[in-house]
Design a protein. Structure first.
Length: 134
């Protein structure tokens, strides 16, 4: 089981303090933030079209494509996947990282729901948003 939340910054000192005050180990925190994204996030447009005879005026994926698609670097997706984030919610977390937020996670033994609840409360006390247990 993992407890996940979104921090507005990459500074996790408030989270560490909240965990310490709750008697929980602050060293078990893991995070993925904008600095990680700068290295690993490769969001770009792709087009299903190919370059044909357009007299050089058309750039695939930029102008004239009605339905461009986006992709993310697999390394970043894998790191968030290790947090147990469901695939259907992955884009929300990736977009949050792009907006400068940091995904904060802490793993808890599956048979210890009470500890997971304590981590969730500490995350909320540290003003993390969208605190979830997966």
């Amino acid at each position: 089981m993992v407890v996940v939340g979104l921090s507005q910054t990459e500074d996790l000192s408030a989270v560490r303090t909240a965990l310490s005050q709750a008697g929980l180990p602050p060293d078990d925190l893991e995070s993925v933030g904008p600095d990680d994204a700068a290295q690993n996030l490769a969001r770009g447009q792709t087009s299903s079209g190919i370059i044909t005879t357009d007299r050089g005026a058309h750039v695939p994926g930029i102008d004239g494509d009605e339905n461009p698609t986006f992709f993310y670097d697999e390394n970043l997706v894998d790191r968030l996947g290790d947090f147990g984030i469901p695939e259907k919610e992955m884009d929300n977390y990736l977009e949050a990282i792009e907006r400068g937020k940091t995904v904060v996670a802490c793993f808890v033994k599956p048979d210890n729901a009470e500890t997971a609840t304590k981590f969730s409360a500490a995350f909320s006390a540290a003003n993390l948003a969208n605190v979830r247990q997966y």
